[in-house]
Design a protein around this ligand. Structure first.
Ligand code: ADP
Length: 633
């Protein structure tokens, strides 16, 4: 029989499992039972929708057998089973692999044992406790059964076998006990029972095990005998059908981790039932970490869909809008047809109502969290806020009303998060606009010359630090009737009448020099102006009311970047010594003004974090100026 090799990334993971010292290795049982439960779900669903696969609900079960003599733990299910091809595909490779991120994480994994479970490694986790695994399986629609055998390291074999019942049997040949780890504990009746209670109590099919029970002998009640009896270990009530009050936080957490392939507790649980046009129960979770592939195309959004407690499908994406795609969980509705397909899902009126109701609930929960549990909301926002911002930007701002009050920005006041509402509520009485500034980090922003006037006038400024931010603001245009205004775009309109007059006067007095500088810079700028923004710094670069410099930066990274340019304005601080020098040069050595203009422009670009066109020419010009300055001394 030919040995097959595991796919490369699976092999790395397997090595990790085999040599694992992961203290939480007991989770393997949760993973195997979760797979069995899924397989039972699939078979049951098939039986309800296809005449040829009828099965009695009572026959859908999971059986656990602990064989102390042979040191094996066997988990059998009467689920859908696997074909030869499925065995090969499903167990020869990691289900959710393939992505680059995953491999990268794996490379780092030797140092970080927490990777186990993080990617839903599921079945492979059994190699933490087993030295060899045998999987016997027969698919519901097949007469042929197959066996998969592997010791992990050296690949696996698949062969035909005889197996009477449909379903899957997983035989774990446990590792030998060591001083540090007693694998034989997984054969202990009490241990198994408590693991099932802990991790798999809600599984909706009976998990059975033969238990040794002490009983009075029939003929003589004085005497006891030990008998073996099949008993069900789990309560079988799906968690979402239990009363909220009776569910412990750990139960939610374990349920979430086993069902949704996470290794960390969720940050937020949303559990509710609604009676109405479409009645349903929802059990939703918000992860406490951004999934590794969250911003990749292979991230699958959606909720699990159940009807009358019967599993219908995974990742029903119609139930969740893109901007809340971080929400995981399930919906169970008695009103949905079991035969509902993915195609129908898209047009179904009830599904649309469901989705609208779910969206409303999520929004209400997020708002409540923002109001009453700010610290946790801010964490959530750090993880998923960017996605909500994209949501405002998408579809031409159609969803802005839903999302705008969930968005947070750091601001110049205390550098803490603030909502738009909080900003507007504490605006100065005569303040006409919501001011914002773009930059890569708080540190960078604080150094921006454009911030000086606003700081001086004690006006709060929002810090926009994500690429998408300014696009979002552009889509919103206003919040609570207040326009947004960039500190480096157009006219800030912050001066008093007297200040304005002075500015116009200075502008007039220096008109010819400013024009000469503009000519020197050709089409790089649309204007050179006296600035009203600057206090200490000599220059800054701003744009007119159109495309901003920050947007130019973002767009120029895109594929069709050619020709996307902000209309730039070079502003000069009339109170800075450099300004006096410029005036001097203009009168005494006008040719030199060209070099000065060009150097100042390049400096302004550097301050903005933009590349300069010709760094060599810039460096040479600065050197020439240094030499000249020295000669004059
Ligand atoms: P995941 O469950 O996250 O997809 P696993 O590695 O645990 O990843 O399982 C891989 C796949 O193997 C499953 O998706 C399923 O298709 C199949 N599988 C595992 N266990 C069983 C089982 N008991 N019955 C049928 N199929 C199974």
């Amino acid at each position: 029989m030919a040995k097959k090799q595991f796919k490369a990334e699976s092999k790395r993971l397997l090595d990790l499992m085999i040599n694992s010292i992961y203290t939480n290795n007991e989770i393997f049982l949760r993973e195997i039972i979760s797979n069995a439960s899924d397989a039972l779900d699939k078979r049951y669903y098939l039986s309800l929708t296809n005449e040829n696969y009828k099965v009695d609900k009572e026959d859908l079960r999971i059986l656990i057998e602990a064989d102390k003599e042979n040191h094996t733990l066997t988990i059998s299910d009467t689920g859908i089973g696997m074909s030869e091809e499925e065995l090969d595909n499903n167990l020869g490779t990691i289900a959710k692999s393939g992505s680059l991120d995953f491999k990268n994480e794996l490379e780092k994994a030797t140092k970080n044992i927490d990777i186990i479970g993080q990617f839903g490694v599921g079945f492979y986790s059994a190699f933490m406790v087993a030295k060899r695994i045998i999987v016997k399986t027969k698919r519901a629609d097949s007469d042929q059964a197959y066996q998969w055998v592997s010791s992990g390291e050296d690949g696996y074999t698949i062969s035909k076998i005889d197996k009477e019942n449909v379903g899957t049997q997983i035989i774990l040949e446990l590792k030998e006990d060591t001083d540090d780890e007693k694998y034989s504990r997984f054969l202990d009746q009490y241990e198994i029972e408590s693991l099932i209670k802990k991790y798999s109590d809600y599984v909706r099919y009976p998990i059975e095990m033969e238990k040794e029970i002490s009983k009075p002998k029939e003929d003589n009640s004085e005497e006891f005998e030990t008998v073996k009896e099949l008993s069900t270990l789990n309560s079988m009530v799906p968690l979402w059908k239990k009363s909220k009050k009776k569910i412990k936080p750990e139960e939610y957490n374990e349920f979430y981790k086993s069902k949704f392939n996470d290794w960390q507790d969720p940050q937020k649980v949303i559990h509710y039932a609604i009676e109405g046009n479409v009645s349903y129960t929802a059990l939703l979770f918000i992860p406490s970490k951004t999934p590794y592939n969250f911003y990749n195309n292979d991230y699958e959004k959606g909720l699990q869909l159940y009807s009358k407690g019967v599993f219908i499908m995974d990742n029903a994406k119609e139930l969740i809008p893109d901007y809340f795609k971080f929400v995981k969980g399930l919906i169970d509705s008695d009103d949905l047809n079991l035969n509902i397909s993915r195609e129908i899902l898209q047009q179904d009126r009830q599904v649309k109502q469901l989705a609208a109701s779910i969206e409303k609930k999520i929004k209400a929960n997020l708002e409540d969290m923002l109001k009453n549990d700010r610290e946790n909301y801010e964490k959530l926002f750090d993880n998923f806020g960017l996605n909500m911002k994209f949501g405002i930007y998408q579809d031409y701002g159609m969803h802005k009303d839903i999302l705008q009050d969930l968005i947070l920005y750091k601001s110049s006041k205390e550098e803490k998060y603030v909502t738009l509402k909080e900003y507007v509520d504490r605006m100065k009485e005569d303040q006409k606009a919501i001011y914002y500034v773009c930059g890569k980090s708080v540190e960078d922003i604080k150094k921006l010359p454009q911030m000086e006037t606003l700081q001086d006038k004690d006006i709060e400024v929002l810090y926009l630090m994500d690429d998408v931010d300014e696009f979002v603001i552009n889509i919103m245009q206003t919040y609570a009737d207040k326009p947004f205004k960039s500190v480096n775009k157009g006219d800030l309109d912050l001066q008093s009448e007297q200040e304005k007059e002075e500015l116009t006067k200075t502008q007039e007095e220096n008109k010819t020099m400013l024009e000469a500088m503009k000519d020197a810079l050709k089409d790089k700028v649309i204007d050179v102006k006296i600035s009203s923004r600057l206090k200490q710094n000599p220059i800054c670069l701003v744009s007119d009311d159109g495309l901003s410099i920050e947007m130019e930066k973002v767009l120029s990274q895109g594929p069709n970047a050619q020709g996307i340019k902000a209309n730039k304005i070079l502003e000069l601080n009339p109170n800075h010594e450099v300004f006096a020098t410029l005036k001097d040069i203009y009168t005494n050595d006008p040719d030199l003004l060209n070099d000065y203009a060009s150097v100042l422009y390049d400096q302004a670009l550097l301050i903005e974090g933009m590349p300069i066109e010709d760094p060599v020419a810039y460096a040479n010009k600065v050197c020439q100026l240094m030499i000249k300055a020295n000669k004059k001394m």
